[in-house]
Ligand binder design. Structure first.
Ligand code: LMR
Length: 328
């Protein structure tokens, strides 16, 4: 009897003790591949700060930049396993999960980031955030980086100049088709390898934003950058449905508000960096920036535009029309 009593009081004491101890904070690992001084890097750091301010010891955000934890080829897979809670891969990197986001890779679809904003804020644009829910991923918002430019070991003025050259691309079939339309050779490689591939001349060129080319020093190993603004590099801030829906309602609401604020902050930086990092690259004198005449630009449009037709069925003609209409 005495031992039953002792066991009972021990059980009560243990239960009480556990109840009194503070619950472990929820850890949000945010993994990304770019440098810290970029729209995405700064957005992630701002989110971490806001969460620390507002959710104190309930939630801790850990940011892993520069592909430290995972590259974009792995991050969505491990997110579904619960090893990472937040990421913001380029919209080009979701093709294993949905066809429709390929829209954003179509060459010469958006004239500038203002048009991108108009489309993303529309009903059609917002609807795309939910395109992967059945696959266990939720888009929490769009984040900008900027318009893409072409860098190369050779001067690129007209599409024929790209013929036969090897270009690194993100893992996207649209981007593959875009370079094939130029009779160039697209090669899918992770972002973390691009600098070395360029430096060792294993590839001839790549397409990226001013911000990525500046922060990762691509301009130091590429003698020419053509200011083509031919495509968009934007991100989807993404989490797993299971993680997000499993959060207490108040925590989820506070996190969403902090995310919205940090995304807005990142987007302002993206606009600034399009101009600032472009200028810094020009000032470095390490590379020649080629500005296209309207006639030259029209040739690039003509060469790449057939890609739209190739992907029209997968993406949807209505969606393409809606996105293009955002230019007006
Ligand atoms: C790339 O792979 O070139 C980009 O997606 C990197 C990034 O996240 O901006």
């Amino acid at each position: 009897k005495r031992s039953t009593l002792a066991a009972l009081s021990l059980a009560i004491a243990t239960t009480l003790g556990a109840g009194l101890a503070a619950a472990d904070p929820i850890v949000i690992k945010f993994a990304h591949v770019v440098a810290e001084n970029t729209p995405k890097g700064l957005m992630a750091d701002r989110f971490k700060e806001l969460v620390a301010e507002r959710l104190g010891d309930k939630v801790v955000v850990e940011v892993y930049p520069n592909s430290q934890l995972f590259g974009d080829d792995k991050v969505l897979e491990v997110m579904q396993l619960g090893d990472v809670q937040l990421a913001a891969p380029a919209l080009s990197k979701f093709s294993r999960y949905t066809d429709v986001l390929a829209l954003y890779d179509l060459p010469f679809l958006f004239e500038d980031l203002h048009a991108v904003d108009r489309f993303q804020q529309s009903e059609a644009g917002q609807g795309l955030l939910k395109s992967m829910e059945k696959k266990g991923l939720i888009g929490l918002g769009y984040l900008h980086n900027g318009m893409k430019q072409l860098s190369s070991s050779q001067p690129l003025r007209v599409p024929e100049d790209a013929k036969g050259l090897k270009f690194r691309i993100m893992a996207s079939e649209v981007l593959e088709a875009q370079f094939e339309a130029l009779d160039a050779a697209p090669i899918k490689k992770p972002f973390s390898e691009v600098f070395t591939l360029l430096q060792t001349k294993a590839i001839d060129g790549q397409e990226n934003t001013w911000s990525n080319m500046y922060s990762k020093k691509f301009f130091e190993v590429q003698p020419y950058i053509t200011e083509s603004n031919h495509g968009l590099l934007d991100y989807l801030v993404v989490t797993s449905t299971e993680f997000w829906n499993g959060l207490p309602d108040d925590v989820r609401d506070t996190l969403k508000a902090a995310l919205d604020e940090s995304i807005a902050y990142g987007n302002r930086i993206a606009y600034d960096k399009e101009a600032e990092d472009r200028q810094a690259i020009i000032d470095s004198k390490r590379t020649e920036v080629i500005e296209l005449t309207p006639e030259e630009r029209a040739q690039w449009v003509q060469a790449m535009r057939p890609v739209w037709k190739q992907f029209e069925d997968e993406i949807g003609a209505d969606l393409i029309d809606a996105a293009y209409a955002a230019n007006q």
